[in-house]
Design a protein. Structure first.
Length: 215
């Protein structure tokens, strides 16, 4: 899957600069931060448990989740990002991995956070990724997905020495992401639209793997 390689190469190339640029991002984007806080509250309401920040980058959001009391760990495709995350947040667990094939047991997590990480997944691969999220969440577990809103795909280019690297970034309508989530077996609980009057709006969907029926 060349798109996986492209995404990894982009983030390996920009890891150090990206970590610096996003270090205080959640302090500046308070509506996005509120989404992280709500996610942590939803996990706490089901008595907690392990939480995976999938596509964690340099680990800043994982660290905030831990400050909020969540048993959070990070997974990212980029080894360079994971190296930074481990260095900057030594008390947390970070590992290299792909959301297309999570090396986690079934029903093992209370929550999955995918914070602007699905944007590199092409349409045809999204159902499989959401199926992975559903598999690793326990019944009643919480999923929060943040993404760019739009109807197009754009090429993102980053410098890697003298060789530029690039990957497609996908912009999607919340209704389409919600349909994918339902098809994967999730129920939708809330939708937050961010900066709808700005050129680059975003959205957060909160979903849940339905609890097992009582016997």
């Amino acid at each position: 899957m060349t798109w996986l390689t492209d995404a990894r190469n982009v983030y390996d190339a920009l890891a150090a600069g990206y970590a610096d640029q996003t270090r205080d991002l959640l302090d500046r984007l308070l509506h996005v931060r509120a989404g992280v806080v709500l996610f942590a509250d939803l996990v706490r309401a089901i008595d907690g448990g392990p939480v995976a920040d999938v596509g964690c980058g340099p680990g800043h959001t994982t660290a905030l989740l831990r400050e909020l009391g969540a048993d959070a760990f990070g997974i990212d495709l980029s080894p360079a990002m994971i190296e930074i995350a481990r260095r900057e947040h030594p008390g947390a667990r970070f590992e290299v991995g792909s959301m297309t094939d999570l090396e986690l047991p079934d029903d093992s997590l209370a929550g999955v956070l995918a914070w602007w990480s699905l944007i590199y997944i092409p349409d045809e691969a999204v159902p499989g990724v959401l199926g992975q999220f559903h598999r690793v969440l326990r019944p009643g577990g919480v999923l929060a997905v943040g993404f760019h809103v739009g109807d197009e795909s754009k090429i993102e280019t980053s410098a890697d020495g003298d060789q530029p690297v690039q990957a497609y970034v996908h912009y999607r309508q919340p209704s389409r992401v919600a349909d994918w989530l339902r098809e994967a077996g999730f129920s939708i609980e809330a939708q937050h639209l961010l900066n709808p009057d700005e050129p680059k709006p975003g959205a957060i969907l909160f979903a849940r793997r339905p609890a097992a029926p009582s016997r």
